[in-house]
Design a protein around this ligand. Structure first.
Ligand SMILES: Cc1ncc(C[n+]2csc(CCOP(=O)(O)OP(=O)(O)O)c2C)c(N)n1
Ligand SMILES: [Mg+2]
Length: 641
């Protein structure tokens, strides 16, 4: 580096650009970028292993910006470091279609590992990446460092607590958390709402803690980073950097007002003057830009991680095997049987319900601990972190993560599930105990609205299979959906094994499971309610109402079918009902406004599953009555048409 250019100058270049980005956009967050610029300059220039020419190199160190609102800093750094973020991208910060959206969106080629903004989750993503990299490191003995910026907000969020607790327990020594301790969040001085002893917290979670580092002193920053790398052989590290939000902004430095609004023209100029930098917006002096770009191009391999692991599985054979099985099984048990036959490309895990959700295959799954490396993670009771860690694992690409809990607790994980979908990540969620059918644990555990909520998430497939054959296809879909997450929604209780079907039919997401040439009524059902639909159909048949049953294990996949297929399966002129033990909302799309939905729009109750079903209206007589009444069917018992 040019001797005259100091790290402070490199940091100020980041500040300069960040100020201009927020000014140009007339919105955004200047405070944290100005506060963290010194740490960023030291990290990228002195410590990080990176090479913008091979941005996807497996060998690169990873950086996650958990406090995603500080993205003007990240974009500025990536531009300065020579990633494909150009000056025009900086100028179009926060504009439609730009490469510099208001919070970072996953674009590893541009140096952005994960999408962040929902505070705290980036920390969990980093834990997932660190965990995956440790697995890889165990094979190739290389060092893979994961750095994660986090602010007060990230550490206030419970998800960071969950994730850091697991990281400490597992001794993820390759993870370094860079805490921007400016004691400010949006509402002001955090002393009013966040006073905990951070070193104490992280010590107790099994971390290596480096406290009270001046986040504006490049030497101190570098020493802390090097110390972290050299001394932490068995623990993750947190470096607590004392910083000033809005560093150098006259009147605003150290104050919440600097958090999330443009400085305004005059204040922007005054801030640049305070840094002794004057010039046109976005224009960085040549010598500074050169110094940023003169980073020795690390010799990083051009290998890209896993290029997305694709499990090689003979699905046809697996399906044939499923057809040959004779028993009635709970769909969670079917899933377990399928999982047992899948190859070792997964990094599975469960939130302390392994024996109920049935996520651990006995032969293969070796648990990850502090001292051993395996392909299974005991996440403990940490659903949100589990899902966000899975996002980190999936974004890394070396393993496909699947994670399990009860469907009801998908709520705890919801925003991370949403983030899997938003980031196009292949995460498989195994969600069991999927309805009032779980019985005795009662309404706190019985899902009602969860299916609708999950189905409302774009780019997420929700499968609710009825038996082993459908479970095989659901797993196939999940394994092949490289750019989207999947939820497997499975029963606790046994479901009836259906007559053999064609794999190609199930793959359409919705298909005829009980044919009828000229039905008076079509019943659409999913999962455990497919068996009930058959019983209802038998009864209706006795009173001369002809029924076709459609099993629809995956609405999202069915929606993708041709108009013709959908119209043939569900002709608009035939009366339709849907039966599903969940909120009725999603089904009007298929039964139409004239149709009938036998759903559950209130909370369940504690009791044996079958009795709770009865109480909640999922019984043959009640449904038959409703059908006859709704569609004014003329009941002519005995006499066959
Ligand atoms: C889960 C979540 N809740 C709320 C927000 C809105 N929000 C964005 S930044 C912020 C304050 C965060 O404080 P801190 O991390 O200390 O950031 P600083 O003000 O220091 O930049 C809040 C509440 C969010 N992005 N994510
Ligand atoms: Mg803060």
């Amino acid at each position: 580096m040019n001797e005259k250019i100091r790290l402070v100058d490199l940091a100020n270049a980041v500040r300069y650009i960040a100020i201009d980005m927020v000014e140009a956009a007339s919105s955004g967050h200047p405070g944290a970028p100005l506060g963290m610029a010194d740490i960023a300059a030291v990290l990228w220039k002195e410590v990080l292993r990176y090479n913008p020419d091979v941005p996807l190199s497996e060998d690169r160190d990873r950086v996650i910006l958990s406090n995603g609102h500080a993205c003007a800093m990240l974009y500025a750094v990536l531009y300065l470091a020579g990633y494909p973020i150009h000056k025009s991208d900086l100028k179009s910060f926060r504009q439609v279609g730009s490469k510099t959206p208001g919070h970072p969106e996953r674009d590893a080629k541009a140096g952005i590992e994960v999408a962040t903004g929902p505070l705290g989750q980036g920390v969990a993503n980093a834990v997932g990446i660190a965990l995956t990299r440790r697995l890889k490191s165990n094979l190739d003995q290389k060092d893979y460092w994961v750095y994660c910026f986090a602010g007060d907000g990230c550490l206030m969020e419970g998800v960071s607590y969950e994730a850091c607790s697991l990281a400490g327990t597992l001794g993820l020594q390759n993870l370094i958390l860079l805490y921007d301790a400016n004691d400010i969040s949006i509402d002001g001085q955090t002393t009013g709402w966040f006073r905990e002893d951070i070193p104490g917290r992280f010590n107790s979670q099994g971390w290596h803690v480096i406290s009270d580092i001046d986040g504006h002193d490049p030497d101190a920053i570098k020493d802390a980073l090097m110390y972290a790398k050299n001394t932490s052989k068995v623990k993750p590290t947190i470096i607590i950097f004392k910083t000033k939000i809005g560093k150098y902004v006259p009147d605003w430095e150290g104050k919440a007002i600097a958090h999330g609004q443009p400085l305004g023209k005059d204040r922007a100029i005054a801030t640049k003057q305070a840094m002794q930098m004057i010039g046109e917006p976005f224009e960085i002096k040549d010598d500074v830009l050169k110094a940023w770009r003169s980073h020795p191009k690390e010799r990083l391999s051009s290998d890209v991680v896993g290029a997305k692991v694709r499990p090689v599985i003979d699905w046809e054979a697996l399906f044939k095997w499923a057809v040959a099985q004779g028993q009635d099984l709970a769909t969670r048990a079917s899933s377990y049987q399928v999982l047992n036959q899948l190859p070792d490309v997964f990094l599975g895990g469960c939130a302390d319900l392994t024996g109920s959700v049935l996520t651990k295959y006995p032969d293969n799954a070796k648990v990850n601990t502090k001292d051993s490396i395996g392909n299974y993670i005991d996440y403990g009771v940490r659903e949100f972190a589990m899902a966000a860690i899975a996002n980190g694992i999936a974004s890394d690409g070396y393993k496909i993560p699947y994670v399990g809990t009860f469907l009801i607790f998908s709520d705890y994980a919801k925003n991370a599930i949403r983030m899997s979908a938003l980031m196009d990540l292949q995460v498989i969620y195994v969600l069991t105990h999927d309805s009032i059918g779980l019985g005795e644990d009662g309404p706190t555990h019985q899902p009602v609205e969860q299916l609708s909520m999950l189905r409302a998430i774009p780019n997420l497939k929700v499968w609710r299979p009825c038996d082993l054959e459908e479970v095989v296809v659901a797993w196939q879909s999940a394994c092949q959906s490289v750019g989207s997450p999947t939820c497997m929604v499975l029963t606790r209780q046994k479901t009836k094994k259906q007559k053999p079907r064609l794999m190609s039919a199930i793959k359409k997401g919705g298909y005829e499971i009980k044919p009828h040439k000229k039905p008076d009524l079509i019943i659409i059902a999913t999962g455990s309610e497919v068996g009930l639909a058959h019983n209802v159909a038998d009864h209706l048949d006795k009173i001369n109402i002809g029924v076709k049953i459609v099993s629809m294990p995956c609405i999202e996949v069915f929606r993708e079918q041709s108009k013709r297929y959908k119209e043939d399966l569900l002709p608009s002129h035939t009366p339709k009902i849907a039966i599903e033990a969940g909120a009725s909302q999603p089904w009007f799309e298929w039964v139409g406004s004239d149709g009938l939905v036998i759903g559950l729009d209130h909370f369940g109750m504690s009791g044996p599953g079958a009795e709770v079903f009865d109480h909640c209206g999922f019984h043959v007589e009640g449904i038959v009555k409703k059908v006859v009444h709704k569609f004014d069917f003329v009941v002519c018992e005995g006499e066959k048409k």
